[in-house]
Design a protein around this ligand. Structure first.
Ligand SMILES: NC(=O)c1ccc[n+]([C@@H]2O[C@H](COP(=O)([O-])OP(=O)(O)OC[C@H]3O[C@@H](n4cnc5c(N)ncnc54)[C@H](O)[C@@H]3O)[C@@H](O)[C@H]2O)c1
Length: 250
């Protein structure tokens, strides 16, 4: 059990982010939950589940791709909790579309939330982590950033960007006791995951490609994230961990 630690999870209203937030609370973290205004009701439900674990929980509505909103959120989180020990950059979007004809606005939207959002949130909390000489940053990338699938070139690029900046940041902040790692989920059954799973044929094909012969659930991602956020992973940094039931073997 972790004691007296605070974690921020972005995109925590549903899916993988909600599972991670509840999973970290069960492991003893107090939780700062972030999402965008649109899904406030869902965020309330996650907060209620966390309250039931006995841990403290606060909600912070902000669009992670908006620098001013993120800076405001960071100030509010630090004001409320005094510290943040672990950040889980989970907020993300997937808008499928073939590269040929992909609107520039779609490219920008996906890069803004997935790549720039993780960068902005991380940057906003770095000064406080550096001052305490402690921090755990876990970025939710994707096997899509290594492997990719048709109609997801922009999504793949955004997740590859997250892995790239994580490896460099790990080198910049390692001497200060801060670790930076990525978790790369495979095909996970969430609202976003449905893009890959709606067609039964496609779903079957993904199952067949997976060593464990099943589609993942949000809870499958929790343990690996909790490990990288914990002191057990104090000497693990700059890594990407595939949590995909065995699709990508590198
Ligand atoms: N589901 C999968 O198969 C899968 C696979 C690999 C990686 N991932 C990654 O895991 C993460 C979570 O995915 P999910 O499947 O739970 O998706 P989801 O769509 O169910 O949840 C994403 C959450 O992020 C929030 N969000 C979106 N834009 C935001 C913004 N600008 N600011 C703050 N919050 C925002 C949404 O409101 C939502 O609550 C994403 O980064 C995704 O790319 C998912």
């Amino acid at each position: 059990m972790t004691k007296d630690k605070v974690a921020l999870v972005t995109g925590a209203s549903r899916g993988i982010g909600a599972a991670i937030a509840i999973g970290l609370a069960k492991r003893g973290y107090d939780l700062a939950l972030n999402d965008i205004l649109l899904v406030q009701d869902d965020l309330e439900n996650v907060a209620t589940s966390i309250q039931e674990t006995g841990q403290r929980v606060e909600r912070f509505l902000a669009d992670v791709s908006n620098k001013a909103a993120v800076e405001c959120m960071a100030a509010d989180v630090l004001n409320a909790f005094g510290q943040v020990d672990a950040i889980v950059n989970n907020a993300g979007i997937l808008i499928a579309g073939e590269m040929d004809g992909l609107p520039e606005t779609v490219w920008d939207a996906v890069m803004d939330v997935n790549a720039k959002g993780s960068f902005l949130v991380t940057q906003a909390f770095l000064p406080s982590m550096k001052a305490r000489k402690y921090g755990r940053i876990v970025n939710i990338a994707s096997i899509g950033g290594k492997h990719g699938a048709p109609e997801q070139a922009h999504y793949s690029a955004s997740k590859a960007a997250v892995m790239g900046f994580s490896r460099v940041l790990a080198q910049e902040v390692g001497p200060l006791g801060i670790t930076v790692n990525c978790v790369c989920p495979g095909i996970i059954f969430t609202d976003m995951g449905r893009v890959n799973l709606e067609d039964p044929q496609v779903r079957k094909a993904w199952q067949a490609k997976t060593a464990m012969a099943r589609i993942g659930e949000p809870d499958d991602v929790v343990g690996p994230v909790a490990f990288l956020a914990s002191d057990d992973a104090a000497f693990v940094t700059g890594q990407t961990l595939n949590v995909d039931g065995g699709i990508v073997f590198s």
